[in-house]
Design a protein around this ligand. Structure first.
Ligand code: 5RP
Length: 229
């Protein structure tokens, strides 16, 4: 079974949690897109849902496939969000933002009664941090924000490089008009402490640590999908 097939397996399993009439947060990334494709088939079969996309990219795919969409302002309270992740640990703390949508993903997940993560087994880790942590920053004063992040990380004994994300030759721009530092801190033993430090820096718009947000993770491997609660 290749990685795509595992993503499809996880997405299929997540579909079982979608009920008629639900207001759904719809994630971003290749795994979330497998979910969108399966959801579209159900919608064409008569399932009624309203989706709030977590990125312009996801919105475009939903429109193309005929999934009814609303903005989060029109539907500020959601029943369920289904989204991928870059890393998941056994306590369901996540690193997200590899696709650059972490801010909207976090806002949408926070507005949802429930968040389910779907991933292939390569995303399941004992300790977060092998995947560089995406940190969304305001473009204003980014040199000062960089220094503040490095100092905050050092207070927690974390080193590592902050790379400004690029898209080709250009600086990557999020849907919200911000930039992203990908922070190679290495192992993150205390995600809550790091989250607190990053949240206290004014130039940091949001970071990719999702703590106490997911209530279930569906992790697919060659032997099938397992759920973590
Ligand atoms: C986007 C995300 C994605 O959920 C994450 O990057 C996983 O993507 P993929 O399913 O393509 O591996 O957080 O901002």
């Amino acid at each position: 079974m290749d990685a795509r097939e595992m993503k499809v397996k996880a997405a299929e399993a997540a579909l079982a949690y979608v009920e008629d009439g639900m207001r759904l947060g719809i994630g971003t990334g290749s795994t979330a897109e497998e979910f969108v494709r399966l959801l579209a088939e159900k919608v064409h079969g008569g399932l009624r849902v309203e989706g709030v996309p977590t990125s312009e990219r996801t919105a475009r795919l939903c429109v193309e496939l005929g999934i009814p969409l609303k903005s989060l302002d029109e539907l500020p309270e959601l029943d369920l969000t289904i989204d991928g992740a870059d890393e998941v640990d056994a306590g369901l703390t996540l690193i997200k933002g590899g696709g650059g949508a972490l801010l909207r993903e976090k806002i949408v997940a926070a507005a949802s009664s429930r968040m389910i993560v779907i991933a292939d087994e390569s995303k399941l880790v004992a300790t977060l941090g092998a995947f560089p942590l995406p940190i969304e920053i305001n473009p204003f004063g980014q040199a000062a924000t960089r220094i503040a992040i490095e100092k905050a990380a050092a207070r927690l004994g974390l080193g590592g490089e902050l790379k400004l994300r690029k898209s080709g030759a250009d600086v990557f721009m999020t849907d919200g008009g911000h930039h992203i530092f990908d922070a190679s801190f290495g192992r993150i033993p205390d995600a809550e402490a790091l989250s607190g430090e990053l949240n206290s820096i004014p130039g940091v718009v949001e970071h990719g640590l999702f703590i106490h947000m997911a209530s279930l993770a569906i992790i697919a491997g060659p032997a099938g999908a397992q759920t973590l609660k």
